[in-house]
Design a protein around this ligand. Structure first.
Ligand SMILES: *Cc1c(COP(=O)(O)O)cnc(C)c1O
Length: 958
């Protein structure tokens, strides 16, 4: 009843946001709560707090020029209209992207379930057992199908997976020329992504037709596609053997559905298999997000990029899952990094693995056989057509059809009738069959080729080469047999998600990760058929074109840059794209020698890793005791490397959660030496609407739409990492050989397999901006800063706040320093993180950017009750630490070390020096508590006994 608000209420309301209904639901704090919080911090208005926290020199007084806020109903209507603008058509284009049917039980209960999509990356394994099991199913599925023993838990897409495989081969093989050979029948976008990545680090790429043997030049590795982009199924065993005889390694990019019928690469000489799992139930989404995969032969497991889920044991000896071989990621090792992948594609990997659980080996084989029979039927009919021929006789799902001079007309005709074919050139058409291909689609293709419907021998023999039939079993583990009824599947999904702690249970206060609301209205459109079922190379996707143009424009406005590309499909890829732009810019000016990238000591690991990938040398800039970048050291490093200086990568606000006063000066110093300033925008949630990196000195930034712009984390992906650049860098944004705009096909090259990366989830961020408008976004930033400062103020008496800026304030997150307590009592950050589980919380970010600390980021979406519940838990834990300090408990026998406590630990003998109540219902915990499914997990046991596929059923016997 807004009419009944008093005028002072209204004035108050307008401080947080101007009465808009969605923004008020996105932001957790009410006006009364705001007043309470400000009082706690010691300010009387939010304006005063913001003015005191954010340096004046950065503040931007201009209003964001964004459309006025729309209601949730209006936004859904607008997105329906945009979706309808995408020309639909049955995707028979192939090239690594295929029609697929997401089983309804998986779509609704995984893709559309907040229990799955709002989870974070499973670093806290005790509260992530559900998604870890789903991921180990994924690894088992990939390993089985490829015939290789160890697979990781997803990569970003097929193109980047191949590029990662090239990097693994290059590191592993010694004493060969810095050259890789790629079969010409690999997917064109894969070849382009590999070229981009190789060019940056000086690896020579030879693209050659390997059907006639290997080139004479020396090389460290070979990449093959199986089946080929042309559809041909060729026996590559001889090429693989010849390559290995010459001391090189072999990567095979393989289609997992084809591998249910064909001999897997692991059985004919591949060291590495990579590819996409998209056609296992993951919607096309105009190119992504989809889970890429990588599997390796024995001996290479420690070179795998990305995350690897392994089996270990918990404190009671029971098997439990956790991320293996990494405190965070084994490959992101600053300047020794071998890959920059951080956010991967967990949600999509979960969907693909569940597709395999749902169908089992028989079901997958059945789908593959139906797909193959469609292609055989098509081939039989086309063979009868006048003036048409098949280029290859051995194929799985894809035909390459010769139709001299007629290809364009045929493709256009099929398109008019609702079927999308691939125009290879004026004389050739590519046709791919998939799970969604029907007899009616085939009839359309027949008509386009001038073949009478019903022609073609339906009993024509299979077209798979006899010697390449699969004989080995796969998916024999019980998990791929047990859940075939929908009831069983539904309960399996529910059981797994119940084990996990996601945003639908409570706050996830992870610093640097911005775990904010992922609103239902933002999520709904990704399931609209007009967005979900569009092939990345489909023509006339006008709705997507507008969506991308809007979003790129809005992000340019928000960041103060000239141009944005949404192609990068994670923050790390945005960093890489930004650095490539810097590199290309220096080269365009004849300064190819500029290869030094300055990185502050506190930077996120991906920064240095991306610099290495971009062929730059990392030089670390020291921090001062107060956590700020040491400008004297910066000056010295700039002097030292002046002529070689390419860039500085700096996060703002810093990874210490502070608005540093010196940022404009920092930019000036680097610019004076001819360097470019890369502002890592992962912390934009503290800047949006208050300051623009493009205005305070940045030349380029990436943003994380999966942080600031509401794309859910999905348990560790998907993400979108747009790169934003000033005008002078705009010509060097990512290009793509299959971009719908011919003007953007040539250039720096692609950093993702699809021209618009993870286009399918862009409606989420589009909806967020549209719902919030400029005022709502500013209000969100202000609320995020308020919440972080509130937590800092409440907890400071109990845990020192490590770094603060002017006026003793933090930005949107704060670091709690536990080191003095650890030193005095032996209680570690790990103990506190695990004890928080007993109190019903996901831990804050542990030991980043400073070892031994916790970094808390509440975001604007939490209400005061939840913030207070968190503070109360931290304060209660502090008093438990006090009891250790007092000698009431030893640290080993304390509830901190005993945490987390399972329901099972309450049964039987209780020999701990604290009560059962203290263990599981400490102060403030109610009957609705979250119960962790396992006790503390032994990290090193799992690394000593590396096991990365589903454990045998008897592992659970005890
Ligand atoms: C999250 C983050 C990144 C990496 O983003 P991904 O999407 O995980 O690749 C880079 N820098 C900072 C400061 C971050 O917080």
């Amino acid at each position: 009843m807004p009419d009944e608000l008093s005028s002072s209420d209204r004035a108050n309301r307008s401080v947080i946001c101007a009465g808009d209904s969605f923004a008020r639901r996105h932001i957790g704090i009410s006006d009364e709560e705001q007043a309470t919080m400000l009082a706690e911090i010691g300010y009387s208005t939010l304006d005063q707090l913001i003015d005191a926290a954010v340096p004046k020199s950065l503040r931007d007084s201009a209003r964001l020029n964004l459309p006025a806020a729309a209601s949730e109903a209006e936004v859904l209507a607008e997105l329906r209209q945009l979706a309808a603008l995408n020309a639909r058509g049955e995707p028979m284009i192939g090239l690594g992207y295929h029609g697929t049917i997401t089983p309804g039980v998986i779509r609704r209960n995984v893709l559309e379930s907040p229990a799955w999509y709002t989870a974070y990356t499973p670093y806290q394994s005790e509260i992530s057992q559900g998604r870890l099991e789903a991921l180990i199913n994924f690894q088992t599925m990939v390993g089985d199908l490829t015939g290789l023993p160890t697979a990781n838990a997803s990569l970003l897409d097929e193109g980047t997976a191949v590029a990662e495989a090239v990097a693994v081969m290059r590191r592993t093989v010694r004493g060969h020329a810095d050259r890789v050979v790629i079969d010409a029948d690999c997917l064109p976008q894969t070849i382009a992504v590999v070229r981009t990545r190789c060019e940056a680090v000086g690896v020579d790429v030879i693209v050659a037709d390997l059907s006639s043997g290997l080139p004479v030049d020396d090389f460290f590795g070979v990449v093959l596609q199986f089946p080929g982009a042309s559809g041909v199924v060729r026996d590559h065993a001889d090429v693989a053997r010849a390559a290995r005889d010459r001391g090189a390694m072999v990567t095979v990019a393989a289609d997992l559905l084809a591998l249910t019928l064909l001999r897997p690469p692991g059985e004919w000489g591949a060291d590495i298999a990579v590819g996409s799992t998209q056609r296992f139930g993951v919607p096309l989404g105009y190119g992504g997000p989809h889970a890429g995969y990588m599997a390796v032969r024995a001996g290479l497991e420690r070179t795998l990029p990305g995350r690897l889920v392994g089996v270990s044991i918990d404190a009671t000896g029971a098997p439990a899952y956790r991320l293996a071989l990494q405190t965070r990621e084994q490959h992101i090792r600053r300047d020794k990094a071998t890959s920059n992948i951080c956010t991967a594609q967990v949600l999509l990997a979960v969907i693909a693995s569940m597709y395999a659980v749902y169908h089992g080996a028989d079901g997958l084989r059945g789908i593959a056989r139906r797909v193959h029979r469609r292609a055989v039927q098509l081939a039989a009919a086309l063979r009868t057509a006048a003036g048409v021929g098949l280029v290859h006789d051995a194929f799985f799902d894809t035909l390459l059809v010769r139709a001299p001079g007629r290809a364009r007309a045929i493709v256009a005709d099929a398109r008019r009738q609702g079927v999308l074919l691939r125009l290879v050139d004026d004389d050739h058409v590519g046709i791919s069959c998939s799970e969604t291909t029907t007899g009616a689609h085939l009839s359309t293709v027949f008509t386009a080729f001038g073949v009478a419907p019903g022609v073609g021998d339906p009993s024509a023999p299979d077209a798979l080469p006899a010697g390449l039939s699969r004989t080995s079993d796969f998916l024999t583990h019980p998990v791929f047999h047990r859940y075939r009824s929908e009831t069983a599947m539904l309960r399996y999904l529910r059981r797994l998600s119940d084990r996990d702690y996601a945003l639908d249970r409570g706050m996830i206060p992870l610093g640097s990760c911005t775990m904010k609301l992922n609103a239902t209205t933002e999520m709904e459109p990704i399931s609209f058929a007009g967005f979900a079922d569009v092939h990345p190379f489909a023509p006339a996707a006008d709705g997507y074109a507008r969506l991308v143009a809007d979003l790129e424009g809005w992000l340019a406005e928000i960041t103060g840059y000239a141009k944005v590309s949404i192609q990068p499909n994670a923050g790390s890829q945005g960093e890489f794209a930004g650095l490539l732009a810097i590199r290309a810019y220096h080269r365009s000016r004849g300064e190819a020698d500029r290869d030094v990238c300055l990185i502050p000591a506190s930077a996120h690991g991906t920064n240095a890793a991306s610099a290495v990938l971009a062929g730059m040398r990392v030089v670390v800039v020291a921090s001062r005791a107060d956590g700020t970048v040491d400008l004297d050291d910066l000056r010295a490093k700039c002097e030292e490397h002046s002529h070689r200086l390419a860039a500085i990568m700096v996060t703002y606000p810093s990874t210490h959660g502070v608005y540093e006063e010196g940022i404009t000066e920092l930019c000036d110093i680097v610019h004076a030496h001819g360097g470019q300033v890369y502002v890592d925008g992962a912390n934009l949630n503290a800047l949006l609407g208050l300051a623009r990196p493009g205005w305070f000195g940045g030349d380029v930034s990436h943003l994380n739409l999966h942080k600031t712009f509401c794309i859910p984390h999905g348990g560790g992906g998907p993400g979108v990492g747009p790169v934003a650049v000033a005008a002078h860098l705009a010509p060097f944004l990512p290009s793509h050989p299959l971009h719908p705009d011919p003007g953007r096909r040539a250039g720096v090259g692609p950093v993702s397999a699809a021209p618009f990366g993870s286009a399918g989830i862009l409606p989420i961020s589009w909806a967020y901006v549209r719902l919030m408008s400029g005022d709502g976004l500013v209000a969100a930033t202000r609320a995020a800063v308020l919440s972080a400062n509130y937590i800092a103020a409440r907890l400071a008496p109990h845990f020192p706040i490590l770094y603060t800026g002017a006026a003793g304030l933090v930005a949107h997150e704060c670091i709690l320093d536990l080191r003095p307590l650890t030193k005095a009592t032996g209680v570690t950050v790990d103990d506190v993180a695990k004890r928080l589980i007993d109190y019903g919380f996901h831990a804050p970010t542990m030991s980043f950017p400073v070892p031994g600390t916790l970094m808390v980021e509440p975001t604007e979406s939490e209400d005061l009750a939840e913030l207070d519940r968190f503070c109360a838990a931290m304060i209660a834990i502090r008093s438990e630490i006090e009891q250790v300090a007092n000698g009431d408990w030893t640290v080993e026998s304390s509830p901190l070390r005993g945490a987390p406590h399972t329901a099972q630990c309450l049964v039987g003998e209780w020999d701990r020096p604290y009560s059962r109540q203290q263990a599981v219902y400490p102060a403030g915990v109610t009957g609705d508590k979250y119960w962790p499914p396992v006790a503390r997990i032994d990290q090193s046991y799992g690394d000593r006994n590396l096991a990365c596929s589903c454990p045998p059923p008897d592992a659970y016997a005890s």
